[in-house]
Design a protein. Structure first.
Length: 392
């Protein structure tokens, strides 16, 4: 007889629903992998031999990772997925603590006391790494997510992969070796990561070997292990924790296109400010020039008025001095005119001279000597026939 998958799953579902034992169960185990859902919580219940997926509504007690709890409920078989889960009506925590969680807490306290998680020792993670070292699986989604995000945001970045196992035997040694390898290279930052999973899947990142490798790395280390609700000791030791591998890539790269737009906006703003300042400067210069020209015109007018007054004063002084000199000249001319020999001659006098010069005395000529007598209208030549001196 051949049946379909749906028929088989429906039959198994009927078997589970009609089984009295599976309808009323009380199961004890350690709670792990707690995830909050919209209407409740998903978690796993495990012991040394196995684990089962569980779900409880929000009105039940909140499951706490690492605690040992008693879960009351029934087994559900989902026809669509062919999966089994324990539907929990009540979750009661016991006073016992799960061995795995206890080991986790003890190791955390030990490493914390050594200072491996101190903020003071954490290195600055670059925001524009040119060369990134990646320690993760070469086949998982992590390397693809980091590559896609990095090259989309910052295409000039060099990505170097050190492929490792991220769970299972030997994984912690491979991861520690990968971190140590990049410690001696010229990478700017190291990303250690893997995708989400159960606590068991992520347990390698809680190992002392990996945590010490992260803490001792000379390069900045970004931990990108699991999802937002997952925490590992690797996260505490790293210089920065990323919720996802994609977020880790965003931490250490710049969005080049966004930076271009930001720089363009800055340049536009700077150009606008420069244009505004230039316009303000032009207006201020024009105003100052106008004020300067008005000041020069006013000063020139003042100087012109002053010069006009000075010229007027000079003209008045010259005129006054000229008048004074004219009067004085007239007086001098009159006086000279009075003393002018020509004018004397007009009054009937004569000017006597000889070959020896002007005759001023009878003793200067001899009888018979020729003399010249200048009158107002001519000259006479005469001969001295006698001379007679006056008696004093």
């Amino acid at each position: 007889m051949t049946i379909t998958v749906t028929q088989l799953n429906n039959y198994i579902h009927w078997l589970f629903d009609t089984d009295a034992v599976l309808g009323e169960l009380t199961v004890c185990g350690e709670i792990t992998n707690v995830k909050r859902a919209r209407d409740g919580w998903y978690f796993s219940l495990k012991d040394e031999g196995g684990a089962i997926n569980c779900f409880c509504y929000a009105n039940a007690s909140e499951p706490v990772t690492g605690t040992v709890a008693v879960v009351e409920g029934k087994i559900n078989y989902f026809v669509r997925t062919g999966s089994v889960s324990l539907f929990s009506r009540r979750v009661t925590a016991t006073t016992n603590t799960g061995a795995a969680y206890l080991k986790f807490v003890e190791l955390k306290e030990k490493l914390q006391k050594e200072g491996l998680f101190d903020e003071e020792r954490k290195k600055l993670v670059p925001h524009c790494a040119r060369k990134i070292g990646i320690v993760t699986s070469e086949t998982g989604a992590v390397i693809h997510d980091i590559t896609n995000v990095t090259l989309r945001r910052q295409p000039f970045t060099d990505l170097l992969l050190y492929p490792v196992k991220v769970q299972g035997t030997g994984a912690e040694q491979e991861i520690a070796a990968g971190i140590a390898y990049f410690n001696d290279t010229d990478v700017d930052v190291v990303i250690v990561g893997r995708g989400g999973g159960s606590n068991e899947d992520l347990s390698v990142f809680n190992s002392e070997t990996v945590v010490r490798a992260v803490a001792s790395c000379n390069k900045p280390v970004v931990s990108a292990v699991g999802h937002g609700i997952d925490f590992t000791l690797c996260d505490f030791a790293a210089d920065r924790r990323a919720v996802t591998p994609s977020e880790a890539a965003e931490f250490v790269t710049l969005d080049v296109e966004r930076e271009k737009l930001r720089l363009k906006a800055c340049l536009d703003r700077i150009n606008g400010n420069i244009a505004t300042k230039l316009q303000d400067s032009k207006q201020r210069i024009a105003y100052n020039c106008k004020v300067l020209y008005l000041g020069i015109d006013k000063r020139l007018a003042q100087m012109q008025n002053k010069i006009t007054l000075c010229v007027s004063d000079i003209e008045n002084c010259v005129k006054y001095r000229s008048e004074q000199l004219t009067v004085k000249l007239d007086k001098t001319v009159n006086r000279l005119s009075t003393l002018n020999p020509t004018n004397i001659l007009k009054r009937g006098y004569g000017y006597v001279s000889s070959n020896r010069g002007v005759v001023k005395s009878v003793n200067q000529v001899e009888v018979g000597e020729h003399v010249q007598i200048d009158l107002q209208d001519g000259r006479l030549t005469a001969t001295v026939t006698c001379k007679e001196a006056k008696t004093k």
